[in-house]
Write a protein that binds this ligand. Sequence first.
Ligand code: ZN
Length: 460
Amino acid sequence: MTRADAVTRAHAMLRSGEFLSQLDRRVAYQTESQNPDQRDALRAYLIDDLQPAFDKMDFATRLIESPGQKGPYLLAEYHESASAPTVLVYGHGDVVDGMVGEWRDNLDPWRTTQIGNRVYGRGTADNKGQHSINMAALQAVRETRGGKLGFNVKFIIETGEEIGSPDLPQVCESLRDELKADLLLASDGPRLSAERPTLFLGCRGGIRVHLDVNLREGGHHSGNWGGVLANPATILANAIASLVDSHGRLQLEPLKPPRLSNQIRAALADVEVKPTADEPAVSENWGEDGLSAAERLYAWNTLEVLAMSSGNIEKPANAIPGRASAILQLRFVVGTKVDNIAEVIRAHLQARGFSMVEVSATQRFAASRTDFDSPWINWTAESIRKTTGKAPAVLPNFGGSLPNDVFTDILKLPTMWVPHSYPGCSQHAPDEHILLSVTEEALGIMAGLFWDLGELKRPL
Ligand SMILES: [Zn+2]
């Protein structure tokens, strides 16, 4: 039995319908972590569905309760040899709101529906489909190797990712020894494009910056007061413009990341940001000068205005509003100093005469990524190339957020993320789906990776 047999076997799991019937069963659990009425579904998903699936592959499983009374965790372990590499795999069983009634053709989010190349259902892309692919690939390799894998596995599934993984850090901290591994190999988020297999090494961080200008109670007639009362909306607009200019370029040095390394430039040199027909076209003349679209998206910081308000836009009065506020978000890469971001912005605004603008920072998630010198990067990329015949896109991080810092900072693991979804997958919206073509390729990619892991005499 060979590597090619393992890949073929994984592909066959899609063609035979086995994979899709597993996925259909998993999608049926209404594991909405933001919905307190679905607490039982989170637990049932782990106990009734995943545990038996891991049992069949000779994994030892146990449920770990959340220290913060949130959804539980499942830890599944398989040990074969002390000298063989150990991989940690991560996934999440919870999903966002099903949004029943908002799907095309009134599709039921809690079952899978195949239409053409698409398989619809809540969680198909985020993340049930993705961890199911990884479990199926483990099964294919195990069957191909006659009941052995050739390496050790620790598989952790959480049920609180969509509420920000509130106690994943604490749980991983407390299981630090048990979760010891040589690398994290996990799947979440989209590929660069449906056609191109992708490896990303971490994620950007995010932080919200609230700007409030509160000058007085209520509005005052613009005819009686215009010219003698300061306008908070005008002040706010100018304050924002001092932070980010009309082309989306950051105006404040401390909000920028360190200079791009040559390694990052090299990795992104062949990465093209190419929206599909149903996605918006990339804006001309937007973002930092001298960077490619991929560099701006994956290796730079952006300050976005998420929301702003003043007066009543539905029914504007002929009045100078009393207050104005905006919520901005800094998306940032590793190396950006964000600890005292509110103070930095406040000092900047004060120096420019905007001392009436109140600044506060909320909702932060960390940026983290694996260093480009990790030997696992080439190893992973090479394995994907061998399976698919395509050079994968290697991204320093993906644009969104993941609890990657738990794995890099607490467990000190190199983090290899191989996503199985694509940018048009409508995750977190109605019509979430995976593509059959990508799923088949992904089953092969993961079987190839797991096969290759079993060929290593010792960890890299
Ligand atoms: Zn999600």
